[in-house]
Design a protein around this ligand. Structure first.
Ligand code: GDP
Length: 356
């Protein structure tokens, strides 16, 4: 963590990420440096400490909360004599584990191949420089070129399939909009409780777990709310700090669902000491995907964990801006439903026309 004062919180979040990938965390080492070491990312003292720790405990894998260069990864694997996985590969791994829908799986595979491709290219330049080209050309080079071409072909096929799936989804969305149904999207930081709230609102048994990325694919359900009528609720992929840009691009289709919503419910973990930072992070992503002008209600979840009572807060114009709930205890949900109904009235009953 280069000069970041809140490294403890980041370390905890990274542990949660690791658990999300199915790892059991044996030990965490925090390294503080001004800039990464070119060969090993961390300094020699820290490396020695970590290697000793790994040897004295029953460790199978080393995870880094940063992106490593292929060379750093290789050097570290040699030093530890263990597999080393960086943050980007770890997140990809979790995505692969969590992808449920056809589209989600395609997106993950595409992101993985693209990640692999950049590694191959970098590995290639690295080798090129090292050997000076003379007397070293041969099977290695040809193999790399072939790998690259094969991956390139696969990427093309995946892209075509994805755009087909996206077209189908757009058609579905249009027919929904014609019906004048309001669409509501749950957004928020990972682990804020979106899946739990989604289930509480729709009373369905979708998967909620104490892991990041329990929600990878957008799940959509139709519910009926007193005063609002038919409402389509979507649960979206959880946002996370420093999401690799390659992944943001790959998951744009999932996030696009969010951009189309009439109303956003920004779910916040009220019990997290990092909640302010997380709110900003989510707002940043919303701005990036062009969703910042969509009407939004802040839903402070997990009030049971901090001993708050359910309540509703309005701004000076009387509009509801904050709703306090516990998705787990299912308290404050009537208030939230009421807030959705009020929002629908403000947005206007003819929601479909607002989108064009
Ligand atoms: P998501 O990543 O935003 O979809 O979060 P989940 O719905 O998977 O919830 C993450 C964790 O928070 C799970 O362990 C939930 O049981 C827990 N959780 C969700 N809502 C509440 C709540 O209202 N109170 C408490 N105490 N825990 C909650």
């Amino acid at each position: 963590n280069f000069g970041k004062p809140d490294y403890q919180a980041h370390a905890e979040e990274f542990e949660m990420l690791a658990k999300g990938a199915g790892a059991e965390v044996v030990a965490t080492v925090v390294a503080k440096r001004d800039k990464p070491d070119a060969a090993y990312f961390i300094g020699s003292g820290k490396l020695e400490e970590a290697v000793q720790l790994a040897q004295s405990s029953d460790v199978d894998i080393i995870l880094f909360d940063q992106a490593l260069s292929p060379a750093q990864q290789r050097n570290l694997e040699r030093a530890f004599n263990l597999r080393v996985v960086d943050r980007v590969a770890l997140i990809l791994d979790i995505f692969a584990l969590r992808a449920k829908s056809h589209e989600g799986k395609l997106q993950v595979e595409l992101a993985q191949l693209q990640h692999l491709m950049t590694r191959l290219t970098r590995m290639w330049t690295h080798l090129e420089r090292q050997r000076g080209g003379i007397g070293m050309r041969g099977p290695g080079e040809a193999q790399l070129e072939m790998d690259k071409r094969m991956i390139g072909d696969k990427v093309k096929v995946l892209r075509e399939r994805l755009s087909k799936v996206e077209r189908q989804r757009t058609t579905q969305r249009r027919s929904r909009a014609r019906g004048g149904t309001m669409s509501v999207s749950l957004v928020g930081y990972t682990n804020a409780g979106k899946s739990t709230l989604f289930n509480a609102l729709t009373r369905a048994g979708a998967y909620a777990a104490d892991q990041l990325f329990a929600t990878l694919d957008t799940t959509t359900r139709r519910i009926w709310i007193e005063g609002a009528g038919q409402v389509v609720v979507s649960d979206t992929v959880g946002f996370i700090r420093d999401l690799p840009t390659t992944l943001i691009a790959a998951f744009k289709a999932t996030l696009e669902e969010t951009v189309q919503a009439d109303l956003l419910l920004h779910v916040i973990d009220a019990s997290s000491p990092q909640r302010e930072e997380q709110i900003l992070e989510v707002n940043k992503v919303l701005e990036e995907i062009g969703a910042k002008d969509i009407p939004c209600i802040l839903v402070y979840n997990k009030i049971d964990a901090v001993g708050y009572e359910p309540k509703i807060e309005r701004n000076e114009e009387g509009r509801i801006v904050r709703v306090f709930v516990s998705a787990l205890d299912r308290t404050g949900l009537d208030g939230l439903r009421g807030a959705i109904a009020e929002a629908k009235e403000i947005i206007g009953n003819n929601v479909a026309s607002l989108k064009n």
